[in-house]
Design a protein around this ligand. Structure first.
Ligand code: CO8
Length: 184
C-alpha cells in the first residue's frame, strides 16, 4: 500500500458519512455545508478521466479507495473464490439496526467483481439475485464469501453468502458475462 494519504482519506470519509447518518440537528450545519462546498470546488479543479482517478481504481488501498460499498476486506482472492470480512457502517443503516436492503446486492456485486478481476476478465453483471435470510446488523464484523459455480463460454455463474457467525444474513447468485472485444 502506498503512503500517500488516500487510505486515511477513505477511512475519514467513511467516518464522516457514518457521523452524518447518525447526527441530530446541529448549530454548525451551515458551517459544515460551506466547508463541503469549498472542498467540492477545490477537488473539481483536479477532476480526472476514468483510469486516472483514485476512487474505486486503487486496488492497493482498502476498498479500492471508494466508499460507495460497505467495507469489504478480502482475505482470500483466487480465480474461483473470494473470502473476507464485511462491515456495514451507520451510513448503510435501513431501520431497526438493520442494513438497508439495497446495500446487500451492492456488497455482493463488489465481492463477485473481485473474482472477475482476479480472472483478468472484463466482465459485467448481467443479473444479481439476493435472498435476505435474516437482518444484516450494522457495526458488526461479518463473514462474506463468493465462489464460481460454473463457467460456460463467456458466462460466469457465481454464488455468495454473508454470515454473522452461524447466522446466514443473505445469499446471492449472479451471472457475470465476459465482454466481447470492443464492448464499452
Ligand atoms: C472489484 C470491482 C467490483 C466491481 C464489480 C461491478 C460489476 C458491475 O456492477 S457491472 C455494471 C452492471 N452491469 C451492467 O451494466 C451490464 C449491462 N448489460 C450489458 O452490458 C450486456 O447486457 C451484457 C454485457 C451483460 C451482455 O451483453 P453481450 O456481451 O452482448 O452478451 P449477450 O450475447 O447478450 O449474452 C451472452 C450470454 O449471456 C446470457 N445473458 C445475458 N444477459 C443475461 C441475463 N440478464 N440473464 C440471463 N442470461 C443472460 C445470454 O442469454 C447469452 O447466453 P448464450 O451465450 O448461452 O446464448
Amino acid at each position: 500500500m502506498t503512503d500517500d494519504g488516500y487510505a486515511e482519506l477513505t477511512s475519514a470519509l467513511r467516518g464522516f458519512l457514518d457521523a452524518v447518518a447518525t447526527a441530530g440537528p446541529h448549530d454548525q450545519v451551515q458551517a459544515l455545508t460551506d466547508d463541503l462546498r469549498r472542498w467540492t470546488a477545490i477537488l473539481a479543479e483536479s477532476r480526472q478521466e476514468e483510469g486516472k482517478r483514485v476512487f474505486g481504481e486503487r486496488f492497493d488501498l482498502p476498498d479500492r479507495g471508494q466508499t460507495l460499498t460497505p467495507v469489504f476486506a478480502p482475505q482470500v482472492v483466487t480465480t474461483s473464490k473470494v473470502e473476507g470480512t464485511a462491515w456495514f457502517g451507520d451510513y448503510f443503516h435501513g431501520s431497526n439496526g438493520a442494513a438497508h436492503g439495497g446495500t446487500l446486492p451492492l456488497l455482493f456485486d463488489e465481492v463477485f467483481g473481485h473474482i472477475a478481476v482476479e480472472r483478468g476478465s472484463r466482465a459485467r453483471t448481467a443479473y444479481l439475485h439476493t435472498d435476505f435470510r435474516s437482518v444484516t446488523p450494522i457495526g458488526v464484523d461479518l463473514q462474506v464469501r463468493a465462489w464460481v459455480e460454473r463457467a460456460e463460454g463467456r458466462k460466469l455463474f457465481l454464488a455468495a453468502d454473508l454470515r454473522d457467525g452461524e447466522v446466514v444474513c443473505a445469499e446471492a447468485e449472479a451471472l457475470f458475462v465476459l465482454l466481447r472485444d470492443g464492448a464499452p
